[in-house]
Ligand binder design. Sequence first.
Ligand code: PLP
Length: 391
Amino acid sequence: MIPSVLPTYSRAPLSFVKGEGSWLIEEDGRRFLDLGAGIAVNALGHAHPALVAALTEQAGKLWHTSNLYQIPQQQALADKLVDLSFADTVFFTNSGTESCELAVKMARKYFYDKGQPDRVEIITFSGSFHGRSSAGIAAAGSEKMTKGFGPLLPGFKHLEFGDEDALKAAITDTTAAIMIEPIQGEGGIRSVPDQTLKDMRALCDEHGILLILDEVQCGVGRTGKLFAHEWAGITPDIMMVAKGIGGGFPLGAVLATQDAASGMTAGTHGSTYGGNPLGCAVGNAVIDIVGDPAFLAEVNRKAGMIRQKLEGLVANHPDVFESVRGNGLMLGLKCKATNSDVVAAGYKHEVVTVPAADNVIRLLPPLTITDEEIAEAIARLDQTASSLTSA
Ligand SMILES: *Cc1c(COP(=O)(O)O)cnc(C)c1O
């Protein structure tokens, strides 16, 4: 008989019942060091006092009204994001894949309104992940995600990740946009070099097409800047955000320039829950903390420390690990052992990591992880690796 929970996930036999900062407490009382943070969602760890206060305070006042009315928390968060980023305008969603849906609609409407209705095609890359909606799976295009779900939304051109010549050749008069994650998350923590992002920006400008960045996983302080593209010194036209921005509360956003958003007039898009008072109350609290340059400086300092220790870990366990990759606190260990075995062995040593494609395990700790917790994380990963080689 089918389980009462639709069996689309193969789940670890762990039931966490409480979270405290970088720690997850299992039903049986064991304390796990959380280097996954709900796949880069719990940016400020578990039960951060400022987020708990923001949520409970708002919960006692007003949960929901609908976007038929002004929502002051939404306005405040939009103002902050506009202030802190390239964007002129923001639409709030509840998830990454909803942000993808709007990014695609926005790009197509832009060219439609400019009198170029044939410019509908969006270029995407192998190994990418943009969520599980119909547009999201069509955008990513992998057989694993799309097989059996056809007919797929048309208008995506899939290129090999890193093939810049193919990208130049792929742009035609029906191309609307390039959509890319500055660092692939699900794809195995694969960073796009700064120079490549600069070249893409230049290519988009040359052809008058839009650059859409998917910062759902790499955004909101994860790399040590508020948004990952800032490292390359470029700006996108449209950006998808989710995960970290809600710190664990479902919240997403699409940020855009005035020009890129120009087609999205009243009635062209909507969402019942997007930008609701609860989500935006939490989002404001997250951005107030993560948007502070002093907080981001700490992320960078800790990123340097963990990176150095991970290089040592890899050197000590050449049979288990191959290399360290990623940026900031969005890190990957390319494995020689099977990545899912490493993740499972980690559970025995009470450390949580997340598998990704390309035989990588992801380390996406809370941005608030302490120096002591970093040392403890390395110790637990070291025990994990030793248990695999002695087995
Ligand atoms: C997680 C993720 C998504 C999808 O987000 P959901 O909230 O699961 O819909 C999209 N893009 C990237 C890069 C992601 O990591």
